[in-house]
Design a protein around this ligand. Structure first.
Ligand code: F6P
Length: 325
């Protein structure tokens, strides 16, 4: 009987539970033993594992977060940590592991595969910043949450003829910002991929729009922009207020974007990708990531996946600014 493990790693994302459920049920369906590894790679180092059965994953498909807990594990980046994990895997009789997380988690999966434990990575992060995949589990839910929050902000912003500067998540990537911005008709969308100029991208856009009769403004800013250029969201709001004379408020959406019940898209993709990963391990194939490319679920080599680069769609970016006027 084959034994596989499943773990969630890095920032949690809605749909991780649906993925774990699919991995566990597919594994059991194929006659495998399935172990849930807790707290990400930490659990692999310390041997914090639980045997999963059909009922261990009942009633979780609709829940955000991850029942397996998650962590970022610096120890796993060191050779000593890896060796410890390898020993734990051997002691537990693990024939393969499904790792749900981002690029950092895939690096761990690659290193462990090289040590002889076949690992398959599944893209789980709200940021959608995994170059090898057009889509990541949790992204759709996070965008919908951000959109709902900005819609609420719009009500109060419009009532007071104000400007709202909203920071959405995305450590190095503007995907959440871009899609939320277009969905909410933001006057300006700032993303880390495109350098911004205060006068051109904020001041002029607001002033030109105001001339056409508009009295309230939403500016969506990706977290990565704030981190890179260093004006805090509050400083940016103050500058807008001072230079435009329009009363401005700053809102950081923060971790609310990471929680909540996953959308249909995230639940379905999580279920299909989880199943695909176990199929690979059942055939003894490791060192792969399961990704979405051109609306198809496919698998690629982890090393290749980690070399890839992707960026936001500039056409979408242009269109957003053309029509949110
Ligand atoms: O990678 C997902 C993410 O939510 C980023 O958008 C954000 O920068 C980061 O995680 C926050 O991490 P933490 O929860 O460790 O503060």
């Amino acid at each position: 009987v084959k034994t596989i493990g499943v773990l969630t790693s890095g920032g949690d994302a809605p749909g991780m539970n649906a993925t774990v459920r699919s991995v566990v049920r597919t594994g059991l369906h194929m006659g495998m033993r399935v172990l849930g590894i807790r707290h990400g790679y930490n659990g692999l180092i310390s041997g914090d594992m639980v045997e999963m059965n059909l009922r261990s994953v009942s009633d979780i498909i609709h829940r955000g977060g991850t029942i397996l807990y998650t962590a970022r594990c610096p120890e796993f980046r060191e050779q000593a940590g890896l060796e410890k994990a390898k020993k734990t895997c051997q002691a537990a009789g693990l024939d393969g592991i499904v790792v749900i997380g981002g690029d950092g988690s895939f690096r761990g999966a690659r290193d462990l595969s090289l040590l002889g434990i076949p690992c398959v990575g599944l893209p789980g992060t709200i940021d959608n910043d995994i170059a090898s995949s057009d889509y990541t589990i949790g992204f759709d839910t996070a965008m919908n949450t951000a959109m709902q929050m900005v819609d609420r902000l719009r009500d109060t912003t419009q009532s007071h003829d104000r400007c709202s500067v909203v920071e959405v998540m995305g450590r190095h990537a503007g995907y959440i910002a871009l899609n939320t911005g277009i969905a909410c008709g933001a006057t300006s969308i700032l993303v880390p991929e495109v350098p911004f100029d205060f006068k051109r991208d904020i001041y002029d856009r607001m002033m030109n729009t105001r001339k056409t009769g508009k009295q309230h403004f939403i500016i969506v800013v990706a977290e990565g922009v704030v981190a890179e250029n260093n004006p805090s969201i509050d400083e940016l709001a103050k500058r807008i207020q001072t230079e435009t004379g329009i009363e401005t408020r700053a809102t950081v959406l923060g971790h609310v974007q990471r929680g909540g019940s996953p959308t249909v898209e995230d639940r379905v993709n999580a279920s299909l990708m989880g199943n695909y990963a176990v199929e690979l391990l059942n055939r003894g194939i490791g060192n792969r990531v399961v990704v979405m490319r051109d609306n198809k679920i496919v698998d690629i080599d982890i090393y290749e996946a980690l070399q890839m680069k992707k960026t936001i769609d500039m056409h979408t970016y242009e269109v957003a600014h053309q029509i949110s006027i």
